[in-house]
Design a protein around this ligand. Sequence first.
Ligand code: ADP
Length: 260
Amino acid sequence: MKRVVVKVGSHIISDEGKISEERMQRLCEFLSDLMEKYEVILVSSGAISAGMCRVDIKKEGVVNRQMLAAIGQPFLMENYDRIMSNLGKNVAQVLLTAGDFDSRKRTNHAKNVIDALCERKILPIINENDATGIEEILFGDNDRLSAGVAHYFNADILVILSDIDGYYDADPRANKNAKIIPLISFLSQDELNQKPSAGSQFGTGGIVTKLKAANFLLENNKAMFLASGFELEVARKFLLQNKQVGGTLFKKEICKEVMG
Ligand code: ADP
């Protein structure tokens, strides 16, 4: 069975600083359908936004963010657990830092439990352990972590569900003529080194961290698909019907594949 890592940005599951029940419900229905066809691992941001629903602590400053994440993480998991169990699926929480992948021993420990959970059709929900690793709360929003998860846990593809529906030839917020690029097999240093720009108050990654994640996977002969997390139809068609009707697929040697 193929293995898919789905990464969801904080903006997708929160709305004006609150967890959006409706969006989480739609996301969970999608994940539940995917689990019928694939081994699925979810990397979910959103702990800080969830924390902000609970306590009046500002998002500014590293320790404040760590506190908000620590408060919000169990609340976020409670939501996933409730919605997924209504759909007949069990979930498990796994907290990692990108640094865990620097140690072969720690990577193996984590992979063993991920493999066992997938085998039992339980959805692992991964987030950064923000008490010991602060990289993603500062500038990654789990983009980098999810690329590590996809590579080191042997997934076939990483699907990033973002507030943007693909990679454009220019920033679509600044340029209304920007066009989506459906297929990418190579990323230039210029693209990878452009200045980060996050799309929202709750998103922190911006397009650059997604490109870096894609580049890491391309270098390791893996694929990444970037699509909207608000409108799940594109990701649904791509993964469940093998049809690309939108989004951006980052994959090496696309020509060969297309031509069979
Ligand atoms: P998420 O919260 O889903 O992780 P972010 O908001 O951090 O996503 O990053 C996506 C944002 O990056 C988009 O809203 C978009 O405005 C911005 N962006 C800048 N350049 C581009 C580009 N070339 N293609 C797509 N998005 C871009």
